[in-house]
Design a binder for this molecule. Structure first.
Ligand SMILES: Nc1ncnc2c1ncn2[C@@H]1O[C@H](COP(=O)(O)OP(=O)(O)OP(=O)(O)O)[C@@H](O)[C@H]1O
Ligand SMILES: [Mg+2]
Length: 509
């Protein structure tokens, strides 16, 4: 019904009620019934059962392109290929390739899954129906299944109309496709999933429809949805590697005024473990920092501050007492010294500005991305984790509660060592007894602790002196820290030489 007809009808209903009232009829029952009708029509969550338009699966025009997405080269290639197969049947005919029905994008949050799906729609110029898993789920039985039927129906119609096919993108698909039987209270979820399975089976070889799903919980999906013939390809969209991070940085800094000291390659190295969403936020926070300084150019320092903000949160207003700040400085310097001893050039910055849960922080940036760790590397990380507490012990004679998280990290690493067969126990089964496991973890940590205590001894003076500097500066960049450390090590070596010479002299006498 057109908009005008609706308005004329509403006006007529009001006029009839008014005149009936004028002639002395009791109009209240009519008003109550009409009111209830309007309420039900507009506010019932299951209104699509009543025949109103279905809200799930908006047909949107996308402006994102594949080259707006940094890294993820494998995911892009797989996706493009599947789109070519699914939507351009001619290409597949020669070799008799069966077009792919579905592709599942799986990976950690913020890595660009939704972006990839949007770019996919743009790539082919096909219709793009976008829905989120939660939109299908309703308390009313049967609504979810009906919505699934409707979205596929809509896609078929659009594909017929535009002759370029349709992509159905279901984001956060784990809500819809969780393993069946998990929801004991009602079978609505299972029904919705069953309907999706049926619809995907029903995609005919002549239909140009591709289902894209995105999830960061592939582990809880029902195996039936993952089998080939439904989601034919499962594409990992992982955290970007160094090149990927560099590419994403380039995309998000494009058109922004960057100072000459901003080195995106170095920034990409330092942003180890960041997702695309982290990097986008990093660039945005850096620009906000520049704005706060009333500058119209973004400097390296803005990026350095932004990195800590993205990782740990905003600076806290409350300032701890001087005594505690001193302890935090000593603690963080312990970590930093050990980090450089374990792996040169690994410290990106040392700071004692309280942010989020942390009173201070040493940011480490590996020289290259790592996917495997050797025993020595794990032991090195354990030493770095323990060094904060032992540095406090070295200077103040006691530790504090600030090391709880460090000890947790150290025991987590030690446990990883034991379960990977890298400890004295050799290869162990996963069912190793808790006591035995704990004993081995404590043995590793205590051994490393002894070594850390010994190695920090030589740096007692350095830690004390540098704590004064860091208390003034609040933060030291990795290069500055290394310069001060290098000078101290040179001094130590000279002192050692002098001591050795005088020992020789004594012996000669
Ligand atoms: N590879 C990338 N290239 C460029 N920008 C990216 C990339 N990955 C993420 N981003 C940025 O992060 C934002 C969030 O990305 P997106 O929504 O695609 O993540 P997602 O993988 O779908 O996350 P979730 O699993 O939480 O839904 C994007 O809007 C974009 O700004
Ligand atoms: Mg997403």
């Amino acid at each position: 019904m057109s908009k005008y007809w609706k308005e004329i009808l509403i006006g007529a209903v009001f006029a009839v009620i008014f005149f009936l009232g004028q002639f002395g009829y009791n109009v209240w029952p009519v008003i109550v019934v009409l009111g209830a009708g309007v309420f039900l029509y507009n506010f019932m969550p299951g209104k699509d059962i009543a025949g109103a338009k279905v809200g799930v699966g908006k047909n949107t025009v996308q402006t994102i392109n594949f080259y707006d997405i940094g890294g993820q080269e494998v995911a892009k290639r797989e996706l493009k290929e599947a789109l070519d197969f699914a939507l351009e049947k001619e290409k597949t005919k020669i070799l008799g390739i069966r077009p792919l029905k579905g592709i599942l994008l799986s990976g950690p949050p913020g890595t660009g899954k939704t972006l990839l799906a949007k770019a996919a729609a743009n790539y082919t110029g096909s219709a793009f129906l976008h829905a989120s898993g939660s939109e299908f789920v309703e308390v009313y039985a049967g609504v979810g299944a009906k919505r699934v039927r409707d979205i596929f129906e809509k896609a078929r119609n659009l594909a017929r109309q535009n002759k370029k096919g349709a992509v159905i993108f279901i984001d956060e698909i784990e809500v819809l496709c969780g393993a069946r039987g998990r929801h004991a209270s009602h079978l609505e979820y299972d029904q919705t999933l069953n309907q999706l399975l049926v619809e995907m089976d029903g995609i005919g070889s002549q239909e140009q429809i591709l289902v894209l799903g995105a999830t960061n919980r592939i582990d809880i999906l029902d195996p039936a949805i993952l089998r080939p013939g439904r989601f034919d390809r499962i594409v990992r969209v992982d955290l970007p590697d160094r090149e990927g991070r560099f590419h994403i940085l380039q995309i998000h800094t494009k058109g922004k005024p960057l100072a000459d000291d901003v080195d995106l390659q170095e920034l990409a190295r330092q942003c180890y473990g960041f997702s695309g969403a982290h990097i986008e936020s990093l660039v945005n926070e850096a620009a906000i920092n520049a704005h706060r300084r009333n500058e119209d150019i973004i400097t390296w320092q803005d990026f350095a501050d932004a990195q800590e903000k993205v990782l740990l949160g905003e600076k806290l207003d409350s300032r701890p007492p001087e005594e505690e700040i001193n302890r935090v400085a000593i603690h963080e310097l312990g970590h930093a010294v050990m980090s450089e001893l374990v792996k040169a050039k690994s410290v990106a910055s040392v700071t004692i500005v309280p942010r989020g849960q942390a009173l201070g922080f040493v940011r480490q940036a590996p020289l290259e991305d790592k996917y495997l760790y050797t025993k020595e590397e794990l032991l090195g990380q354990i030493r770095v984790a323990l060094a904060g507490a032992f540095s406090e012990e070295l200077i103040f004679g006691s530790m504090s509660t600030g090391s709880q998280n460090d000890f947790y990290q150290a025991s987590r690493l030690a446990k990883k060592m034991v379960l990977s067969g890298l400890s004295h126990l050799g290869v162990v089964s996963e069912e190793i007894g808790q006591n035995e496991l704990n004993y081995e973890i404590m043995r590793i940590i205590n051994n490393e602790g002894i070594m850390v205590r010994e190695r920090l001894q030589r740096f007692k003076r350095f830690i004390k002196e540098t704590a004064t500097i860091i208390r003034q500066e609040e933060r030291l960049e990795g290069d500055v820290f290394r310069k001060i450390l290098g000078e101290y090590v040179e001094l130590l070596e000279k002192e050692d030489e002098v001591a050795a010479e005088s020992e020789l002299l004594i012996l000669a006498c």
